[in-house]
Design a protein around this ligand. Structure first.
Ligand code: SF4
Length: 339
């Protein structure tokens, strides 16, 4: 490049640097000047633009560095979830008619409504929704408020809630809980899981459901026997969980929070109608081809199993799964004997 042309370019770049930088000390040639201009341009950028992209650093564990936290989710859960939604679209399971969301008096004062939600949850443990619903109707007709329950004799309360499961214990818990609510919470129920689980007869499942239904706050997944059983049957955990509380923690690790409220009523109704505790109706389940536990009781598929086919004789189709039965019902000796 000729000297005159280079001098011309230096003049142009110097102008670009602005009035305060006319001299550009230290820039003895065009390359240095360009570099300086680029630096100055960078310096004048707003801080948000200059901020470097966060680089995610993943560590291997060498005993002193944090573990790399891997996100895990079950393979087919979205498809399985969608299909259960489809099977539940009729909303005609007992929980839809008589669950805790349907048992309180919508005309009552807010604190009374919340108390009734808690009472119905306490009654529902180890009890069918139909029985809980009937007991709640009798209680509401009697007057289901903290004050009224405290003024009711144990005998009368027992008559009102009978035949819910463990009704004698529940009479005791209802009385004790009502006394705590009147003394410490002005007749209302606590608005935290910690406060709720301190009440006699209230466990984590009831606490999370009460937070959701009574306070409209999702604090965790309400895991009952249906949610525990079905999520394990569907293979939603890396290893089977042993109890509902373990299931809750394992589910909350991967299930999106926006589904925490829905999953309870979804699986409870599904467990009442299709994925029954004993002899689930796998042949009418939309998940039968992607469920690892489909047809669990049918020996037509596993002739060595200890259970009898769900129905039919040799050569006929099993009532449960539709597979042709390969062993004679009367020759079934209960499967292989232990040596
Ligand atoms: S296939 Fe059977 S075990 Fe699996 S979700 Fe359906 S009903 Fe339950």
């Amino acid at each position: 490049m000729g000297l005159a042309r280079q001098a011309n370019k230096i003049q142009t770049w110097t102008k670009l640097l602005g009035n305060e930088r006319k001299t550009c000390s230290g820039a003895s040639n065009l390359r240095q000047l360009k570099g300086r201009l680029c630096c100055d341009k960078l310096k004048t950028k707003p801080s948000s633009e200059r901020r470097r992209k966060q680089v995610k650093v993943e560590y291997e564990n060498h005993g002193h560095l944090p573990f790399k936290m891997e996100f895990w989710e079950p393979l087919n859960w979205k498809k399985q979830f969608e299909l259960i939604r489809e099977m539940r679209s009729g909303r005609d399971a007992p929980v839809d008619e008589m669950g805790a969301e349907k048992c309180y008096d919508t005309e009552a004062l807010p604190r009374v409504r919340r108390f009734q939600v808690l009472v119905s949850l306490m009654l529902s443990s180890q009890t069918k929704d139909q029985v809980t619903g009937a007991a709640m109707q009798k209680l509401r007709a009697h007057g289901c408020t903290v004050e009224n329950l405290l003024a009711t004799s144990d005998e009368k309360l027992g008559e009102l809630i009978y035949p819910v499961g463990f009704w004698r214990n529940k009479v005791k818990y209802l009385k004790q809980t009502s006394a705590v609510l009147q003394r410490d919470f002005g007749g209302d129920i606590p608005n935290s899981v910690e406060g709720l689980v301190r009440l006699p007869g209230v466990g984590p499942k009831m606490a999370h459901l009460a937070m959701d239904i009574a306070w409209n706050q999702v604090s965790g997944i309400g895991v009952d026997t249906h949610v525990h059983r079905i999520s394990n049957r569907l293979g939603w955990f890396r290893r089977p969980t042993k109890n509902p509380e373990e299931t809750r923690k394992a589910l909350e690790e991967w299930l999106p929070r926006e589904l925490w409220s829905e999953i309870n009523w979804l699986l409870v109704g599904f467990g009442q109608q299709v994925c029954l505790p004993v002899s689930p109706l796998c042949s009418s389940c939309l998940n039968q081809n992607i469920c690892p536990s489909g047809f669990p009781k049918c020996s037509a598929r596993t002739p060595g199993a200890r259970e009898l086919p769900l129905g039919g004789a040799r050569g006929e189709k099993c009532n449960g799964c539709g597979v042709t039965i390969s062993i004679a019902r009367n020759s079934f000796k209960g499967g292989p004997k232990k040596k």
